[in-house]
Ligand binder design. Structure first.
Ligand code: HEC
Ligand code: HEC
Ligand code: HEC
Ligand code: HEC
Ligand code: HEC
Length: 207
């Protein structure tokens, strides 16, 4: 891209921000900690968290922890596309036509399903439209040794899921929450790390 064209793009970006008045918002960290209530209190710890077995009153083992359903069972797209996508009710109904029908919120879920309405999940992570972001480009990025750039092990070498770098341990979140600053500085801080070698050109993220 020519220097002039680039300058015009950047200037129009500043203009856009000025006109929409989003500058103060964009510069602040207001997204960190954002934790909207959902129409159904979907609990990641119960669905995706680690199992915890306890004996009930009758001495039978019951799982009071989670069912360890893999993230990718429900969020099918992060390695394939820009967006990660929240699962459709059909995915839930793979189990919930038969499982958990004694629970209030599972019945609410079934109500949506029977009415043919999607569950109106509230978006938690939501970048402004003038920012370009792509999940697959991050999760598939590899270094010279062919290892994933986004860490898949923790400091002690134990396996973690790659989502953690940007979303934290969602499997422990009773309510999904924005765990990081989630602004331009946050993107750039990681892109500048020598092991990441992410681009810091304006047009990478503003195209
Ligand atoms: C059984 C299906 C299921 C599994 C398994 C699951 N999720 Fe989710 N996830 C959902 C649903 C439904 C929502 C939307 C409701 C909410 O935000 O709580 C969601 C929301 C999210 C969001 C927030 C989306 C937004 O709007 O910004 C993130 C991030 C996320 N999940 C990450 C994960 C990670 C990481 C794992 C694995 C540790 C995981 N999920 C496992 C169903 C699932
Ligand atoms: C692989 C099977 C499976 C899938 C897929 C699944 N669930 Fe579940 N879900 C379970 C099991 C097992 C329970 C525990 C039922 C019980 O305790 O009786 C449960 C419990 C629940 C509960 C009650 C939680 C509580 O502790 O009160 C809700 C709400 C729920 N699921 C929502 C969902 C939603 C929404 C989806 C789709 C995004 C989904 N589930 C997908 C297996 C599944
Ligand atoms: C490099 C950082 C990064 C990693 C790693 C990452 N995400 Fe995200 N995620 C984001 C950003 C940024 C958004 C907001 C995208 C937007 O608003 O356009 C997002 C949004 C989401 C959403 C909301 C739907 C969407 O795509 O907008 C879900 C669900 C989600 N991520 C799940 C996951 C899962 C599951 C993993 C692991 C397999 C993962 N993410 C790994 C940064 C990341
Ligand atoms: C945890 C580190 C990390 C964070 C946080 C992060 N990135 Fe990246 N980003 C990378 C890596 C690694 C690459 C791939 C670099 C390579 O191998 O070329 C990349 C590449 C990109 C690309 C190029 C994709 C393509 O199509 O070539 C875009 C666009 C991008 N990131 C946008 C963002 C945005 C926007 C944010 C913040 C919302 C963000 N990134 C946050 C690590 C990160
Ligand atoms: C790695 C991705 C990335 C790169 C590279 C990047 N930006 Fe951004 N930029 C963002 C994100 C994400 C936001 C949204 C911040 C928010 O709303 O919190 C943003 C917001 C902005 C805004 C709105 C106000 C602000 O400062 O937050 C302007 C103006 C802007 N960028 C200009 C630039 C210019 C000029 C460059 C090149 C020097 C650049 N950006 C490079 C990701 C990037």
């Amino acid at each position: 891209m020519s220097g002039r064209k680039m300058l015009v793009r950047i200037l129009s970006l500043f203009l856009l921000v000025g006109v929409t008045g989003s500058l103060a918002y964009a510069l602040s960290n207001v997204r960190k900690g954002y934790e909207p209530r959902q129409p159904i209190p979907f609990r990641h710890p119960r669905m995706a968290g680690a199992a915890v077995w306890q004996k009930d009153a009758k001495g039978e083992a019951v799982n009071v922890g989670g069912f360890e359903i893999p993230c990718l069972y429900c969020h099918t797209m992060p390695y394939k596309g820009r967006h990660s996508t929240v699962p459709s009710t059909a995915v839930c109904m793979n189990c919930h036509t038969t499982v958990g029908l004694g629970k209030e919120w599972v019945l609410k879920l079934k109500d949506y399903w029977d009415r043919g309405e999607p569950v109106p999940w509230v978006k938690v992570h939501d970048l402004p439209d003038f920012v370009y972001y792509d999940h697959s480009a991050h999760l598939n990025a590899r270094n010279e040794k062919g290892e994933p750039k986004i860490p898949v092990t923790d400091a002690e070498g134990r396996p973690i899921n790659a989502c953690e770098a940007c979303h934290g341990k969602v499997e422990n979140d009773e309510i999904v929450r924005v765990r990081v600053d989630f602004n331009m500085q946050w993107c750039l801080d990681c892109h500048r790390k020598p092991e990441m070698k992410g681009s810091t050109d304006c047009v990478t993220c503003h195209r």
